[in-house]
Structures are given as structure tokens and as C-alpha cells.
Design a protein around this ligand. Structure first.
Ligand SMILES: [Fe+2]
Length: 597
């Protein structure tokens, strides 16, 4: 079944081709990605991440100064520049009068002059300050925090959940809002930190930002040079720099850190003309590991895995743990409709071959070894088991009317909905664990560029409100990537219609979806932003922060640099309930503060 209205990329490409301004990639603009390399050694800022009870990663990029005037600048991806010594310091205070750790490292073009130090022997639940120094020049000071992971003690846990930060999609004001908060333990980014698209016909995002916020490199990233420069573009953004400077981050990639709709052997947006996919993926992962404050787990650990082990677990005393799931490296090829370009949506209950493939036990999302590791993590005696996850676990049945195919029902086969044997395996196991002994599961997800709150039914049937729930899922909206409202605005029936009409149509479609999916408590597809999660022994509370809906006066709030997401509404799950409910909010002050704060 051909349905161009559901093909986000086709829609976008169609719009782009229609605009002469997009006909050719724009000339390289050195103003963004490469400019910080000329603004001193530490122009790309500082970052920290992967906090445990006694360690944290600190990160920077150290651009070597030109030896002689006129020498080329060692810009990201250039491979230029000499090795450079970098000293680092971690202190209990921002004036660095109480330094607790320091050292000297060297960086070189081999790692794109990035610096990553795994600082050890720190105290748990403590705030620290860090900085770098090289050739007489200091970086900005970053702030970070170790995890409240002390056996027998329960400390507050508060984090922000973000995903899908398309540079050409809008200003990163969600990151600005996070940078202004003082109450977060860390920021959790569950994927699509970068996108691979260029500025030509494949440009992704509002046309009004062409020439204002462009991709660098200007063409699709397909090799190490390209991915390094794309990461550098993000690290040059002032709002993103501020959010990294202020908080530790925990991150995991999704598909766009390599290419759209990635699976084990390829990606929807990888063509044979772009070379060997596995070579491309390895180069994308190299750039990711260079430019992100990410700690690879000890590869010598006995936990079985396939390929590079990216999945890992953080612990927070008796309160809970956070398992970071990785679902791209080993996943089976997505189920598609023969002859139809895949963009996630496939009809269900129509074609037995499609239904059979979706449910086939031989197809996997995480590899079986990782799924066993995830399940094992749900049996511990901690109150909450958070899963940092890329694509939605909760079933979502899409009414065909909203997709231009009345009478049919669709699922997004790029999500766990396309790998139902794995999902049933996971949720059956989770539901079988007694809450009083093993705690409850809370899945934290992004990817779909819309806000969702829902239960996790072990077996769901359309419109049936009776089910066993294995836990709950909170899904954050995108930082800037196109949501349902932007996708619908590009469809045939709504093209050129006033924003109020498109918003109304989006909300009508969402209302129909909620009828089909009574386990979903909330869907919002018109706003961008982030979620703040507050975890106590009694409940997990989620505050949704959103940009306003588009209006004729302000057709695309993402393009307005002063529009920052604000608090809209809250949901929660009470311990033992395994259900999501509305909550009054937002959360107040933390119940306790980390040391050194
Ligand atoms: Fe995304």
C-alpha cells in the first residue's frame, strides 16, 4: 500500500525539492562548526558524563594553536594539528581551592583532538567542578556530580529526558532551559543527538532556517570526517554547550547518529553508493565516542554481547537503577510492505505475512544476550528499574484515517511494535516479578518526536482497556525534530493551511489514536521540549515542558530563538501500581541536595 502522506522523509524531500533555495547544497559556512577552533584552545566547551558513585567522565576538545600565522587551523575532522598536552583538574569548589584529582594527557589528530578522562576515586552524591588547561590557556569550568549510589541510603534522583535534537530543525532552547536548572542529577539523552542529513534536497527542518542554521558538513555525513564535523557543529551551539557545562549527561545513540532506520546490516538512509555500511557505522561510532562523554563498559566483563558493548547500567542506592539499552547495532531488518519505501508505518491485521514477520521469534531488537541482561536487571531489590531506551516499547496502534488509509490500522515497525516476540518476552518477565520484592519498571524513551505517557500492557488489543501492565513508559518530545504537527502540515490535504487548522487536525488524529490505545494516558504531537523526572521511593513523577503550539502569529516556535519550553503538565506512577496517572505538578525542591552543593 502506497501512502506518501506517512513518509516523513518523502514529505520533507518533496517540500525541499519544491524550493529553489534547496536545489543545491549550500557553500560551506565556517561560521558555526569550525569557528570555535579559531576561538582559543577550548572553543568547543566542556562536558561530563556517565556518573557512577565514584567516577565521572570529563571531556573537552583541545585545538592546537597555529605555530605560524597563516598555518591552517586544526578544525574538527581536518586531521591537522600537532599533539597537544592537556592538564585537567577536578575540585570540590568552583575556585579550585580544594582540588581532589588532576592529571596530564595528550591528544592528537588520531582522536580529533578530543580529550576524555575517566576520573576515579570520587565521593558519591557529590558535586564537583572541573577544567582543562593547555599552553597557558584554561577552559571554562564545568560542573558535574557523582551518582547517589550509597548502599543502605536513599537520596533524591532527578533527571531530564531529551532526544532528537536536529540542528537544522530549530534553536536548542530546550537545552538552554536545562542549563538554567540547578536541580538535576544528570541529563539523559536517548538518541538522535545529531542527524546525518545535509542542506540539499535532504535538508530536514523548517525552510525558514535555511542559511540560518545549516548542517556542516553541508552534505550527508557518511565518513569519519563528516561525522566529526557534525558533532563539532553541535558542540559549537551555545545552548548545548551550556547544558553540558552545567550537568553530567548519560547518552545512548539511536539511528541518526549513523543513518535513518539503522539495523544490523544497513540503514534506510544508506545507499550502496555511500560505501560499505559497516565501515560507515564504525566511523560514526568512532566520532560519537570521541565527541561524547561516554564510557564504554569494561569489555572484559562476562556479560555476553555482540559487537561493541554499549549497553550499561547505573545504580542509585536502594532507590533504583538505570539500564541503558542499545537497539541499533544488532537489530533485525525492519518489517516492510513489499514495494513501499519504509518509513516505519506498516498495516497490521491485513497481510498475514507482515503480521507473521512482526511476531517472528527469530527477529530481534536488542540481541538475545542483551535482552537477557535487561531482564536480569529487573529482578534486583531496588525500588525502580529505569530503562533508557530509544524506540517506544508501549504498543501504539495508529488509525489509518490519520495516515490517509481509512479502515486500516498501522504500527510503527521501527519501534518495539515491529519486534513483538522480544517485547512479549520482556514484558511477560517484568510483569511476573512481584513489585514488593523486585520494584517496578519505568521505560524512558524518545525517537517519535511526540510526548507519550502510557502503561506497558503485556498483551494489548485495540480499544480494550483490560490488560495486565508490566510498568509504565514516559516518552519525551523532540528538542527540535519534526513532530506530528509538522509532518501533517506537509501532507497534501493540509499543505498551506493555517497553523490552527493543522494543529486541530493533529489533535483530532491524536484523539482517534487514544480511542484505539486505552493504555495510553497522554499523547501530544504539537510541541517540543523535554521531560523532568523526579524519583522517590513512593513514585516516579514526570513534568512535561513544551513549546507553544504553532499559531498564525508564530507558525513555527522552533525558529524563534527566544521561545523556550515551559512547564505544561505532569504524570506519575505510584510504587506498586504499574500504571501511569495524571499528577498535580510541577515538582518542588529536591528532598535532599548532593554534597558540595
Ligand atoms: Fe529523531
Amino acid at each position: 500500500m502506497t501512502n506518501p502522506s506517512v513518509d516523513r522523509r518523502s514529505v520533507l524531500k518533496g517540500v525541499a525539492v519544491a524550493s529553489a533555495a534547496f536545489a543545491l547544497p549550500r557553500a560551506f559556512d565556517p561560521a558555526a562548526a569550525a569557528a570555535p577552533a579559531s576561538k582559543g584552545i577550548f572553543g568547543y566547551g566542556v562536558a561530563s558524563g556517565d556518573p557512577t558513585g565514584d567516577s565521572v567522565i570529563i571531556w573537552t576538545r583541545a585545538t592546537p594553536p597555529q605555530r605560524h600565522k597563516g598555518d591552517p587551523v586544526a578544525t574538527p575532522g581536518s586531521g591537522l594539528g600537532a599533539s597537544i598536552p592537556v592538564r585537567w583538574q577536578v575540585a570540590r569548589d568552583p575556585r579550585f581551592t580544594r582540588v581532589v584529582a588532576h592529571g596530564l594527557v595528550h591528544t592528537s589528530p588520531d582522536r580529533d583532538h578530543t580529550v576524555k578522562v575517566d576520573v576515579q576515586d570520587l565521593d558519591p552524591y557529590t558535586r564537583y567542578y572541573y577544567r582543562f588547561q593547555s599552553l597557558g590557556e584554561f577552559s571554562e569550568t564545568g560542573r558535574t556530580q557523582t551518582a547517589g549510589d550509597i548502599p543502605g541510603e536513599t537520596h533524591a534522583l532527578r533527571l531530564a529526558l531529551v532526544s532528537c535534537s536536529n540542528y537544522t530543525g530549530g534553536y536548542f532552547t530546550a537545552y538552554r532551559a536545562l542549563a538554567q536548572r540547578d536541580d538535576l542529577d544528570f541529563v539523559l539523552h536517548v538518541g538522535d543527538y545529531i542527524y546525518e542529513y545535509g542542506n540539499g534536497a535532504d535538508r530536514y527542518g523548517p525552510a525558514s532556517l535555511a542559511g540560518v542554521r545549516d548542517s556542516q558538513p553541508p552534505t550527508e555525513t557518511i565518513d569519519l570526517t563528516g561525522y566529526r564535523l557534525r558533532h563539532a557543529l553541535h558542540k559549537a551551539d551555545p545552548d548545548l554547550q551550556a547544558a553540558h557545562r552545567q550537568h553530567a549527561w548519560i547518552t545512548i545513540f539511536d539511528d541518526h547518529e549513523v543513518a535513518n532506520n539503522a539495523w544490523a546490516g544497513g540503514a534506510g538512509n544508506h545507499q550502496a553508493s555511500e560505501g560499505d555500511y559497516l565501515v560507515r557505522r564504525a566511523q560514526a561510532m568512532q566520532a560519537y565516542l570521541e565527541w561524547m562523554p561516554f564510557r564504554l563498559p569494561d569489555q572484559s566483563q562476562s556479560t555476553p554481547h555482540r559487537g561493541t558493548r554499549f549497553f550499561r547500567r547505573f545504580t542509585f542506592g536502594d532507590l533504583g537503577d538505570l539500564s541503558i539499552v542499545e537497539t541499533r547495532q544488532n537489530r533485525s531488518l525492519q518489517v516492510t510492505v513489499p514495494g513501499v519505501p519504509f518509513d516505519g508505518f506498516v498495516p497490521v491485521g491485513l497481510n498475514p505475512a507482515i503480521d507473521g514477520a512482526i511476531a517472528h521469534p527469530g527477529r530481534h531488537l536488542p540481541e538475545p544476550e542483551q535482552l537477557t541482561w535487561i531482564k536480569d536487571g529487573l529482578t534486583g531489590r531496588r525500588r525502580w528499574h529505569l530503562l533508557g531506551n530509544q524506540v517506544m516499547v508501549t504498543p501504539v496502534l495508529y488509525p489509518g484515517a490519520a495516515l490517509g488509509a481509512p479502515g486500516l490500522t498501522f504500527v510503527n515497525a521501527d519501534q518495539w511494535d515491529g519486534y513483538t516476540a522480544d517485547r512479549t518476552n520482556l514484558l511477560t518477565h517484568a510483569a511476573a516479578q512481584p513489585s514488593a520484592d523486585s520494584g517496578d519498571v519505568v521505560v524512558l524513551t524518545g525517537d517519535i518526536h511526540a510526548s507519550f505517557v502510557g502503561d506497558l500492557p503485556v498483551a494489548a488489543s485495540p480499544g480494550n482497556p483490560t490488560y495486565t501492565s508490566a510498568g509504565v513508559e514516559f516518552v519525551c518530545p523532540s528538542v527540535t525534530s519534526d513532530g506530528f504537527v509538522e509532518v501533517l502540515a506537509g501532507t497534501k490535504d493540509l499543505l498551506g493551511k493555517p497553523p490552527e487548522v493543522v494543529v486541530g487536525a493533529t489533535r483530532q488524529a491524536i484523539g482517534a489514536a487514544q480511542q484505539l490505545n486505552p493504555w495510553l494516558r497522554y499523547i501530544d504531537g504539537v510541541s517540543h521540549g523535554f521531560v523532568v523526572l523526579d524519583v522517590t521511593p513512593e513514585r516516579v513523577h514526570a513534568d512535561y515542558h513544551h513549546t507553544p503550539a504553532p499559531t498564525s502569529a508564530q507558525p513555527d516556535p522552533r525558529t524563534v530563538p527566544t521561545v523556550v519550553p515551559t512547564y505544561t503538565r505532569s504524570f506519575q506512577t505510584l510504587a506498586g501500581s504499574r500504571r501511569a496517572t495524571a499528577a498535580s505538578g510541577p515538582v518542588g525542591p529536591r528532598s535532599d541536595r548532593p554534597r558540595g552543593d
